[in-house]
Ligand binder design. Sequence first.
Ligand code: HEM
Length: 318
Amino acid sequence: PVPPSERAIDTEPQYVDAPLTRAAGFLVLTINDGDPAAAKARSVLASTEDLIKDIQIRADRQFFTANVGIGQRVWERATGKPQPAELRPFKEIKGQTHTAVATPGDLLYHLRADSMDLIVEFEKLLLEAFGDAVTGVDDVAGFRYFDGRDLLEFIDGTANPIGLSLPAATLVGEEDPDYTGGSYVVIQKYLHNLAGWREQKTEEQENIIGRTKFDNVELPDAGADQQKSHKTLCTITDENGEHDILRDNMPFAVPGRGEYGTYFIGYSRHLWVTEKMLERMFIGDPPPLHDKILDFSKAVTGVTFFVPARQFLADLDD
Ligand code: HEM
């Protein structure tokens, strides 16, 4: 048997529980074809910790963390290991009105920091290390908007699990012993129709979200056959109680191009929980009563990754 201390190190997660920060980066890459690209990707993945330390020590006391997620398409090529139990590609969900699209992405770097320079420096060193082994797919800079609001002007992240509920909701446990300490991650980039949203009365916006706008108080759930709020559609309960995920959504914008969005990122212990939320949002509950947030928010990407325990990455060099 492995001594408890070594077991703890083996299953220590990446920075899944890092707090919301002032700045965030969401870098999505694909790994190019061929053995040399796979070998290079594996060695860069193995050196993740070194790269993080390089930024952290130079950042003085400023906050910086990086998590890397690996997608199903390249799991075996990039790691040489069997797949985590629930890892599968993001499945397109076609509702009557809106579609959750599935888009390419083999690696996700989720970066959180006090300031953008740390994120840019990390990405620069990382991409230099990868060289021609990867292709950039998307790179989004998220920022904190006033008191933690999204660009629909609602406070985003309130119902996230805290304390002991946080690892219970986000980290794989004994159900998949090779991947204990890992986490499933789903990302979606949403673009908002802000002009349309602003035409709605505040009360209508509050009914769509399920909370009040100014002071963030929860509104009562709608009845079984009625139009449900975003909050209610994303509450998943069964005989084992409520199933939470951790969201680290960030606003992003390029006003000069009329682009205002929310980058959704959800960490979960069980991938099916996030998938179920998406199904309820896009198909509706009951169908076709989809989440009205989608009438003002278009999903333009959708990718699933697994964020393995820290030691799993370090061992890729062996
Ligand atoms: C709650 C915004 C997409 C899952 C909320 C809340 C806001 C919000 C303002 C209420 C406050 C809070 O608890 O954080 C958004 C925006 C989105 C988006 C602007 C994109 C346009 C998603 C997606 C999922 C999701 C794609 C899951 C797949 C949740 C969950 C809650 C929540 C689980 C908490 C429900 C509860 O009260 O237990 N969201 N969200 N959201 N959202 Fe979203």
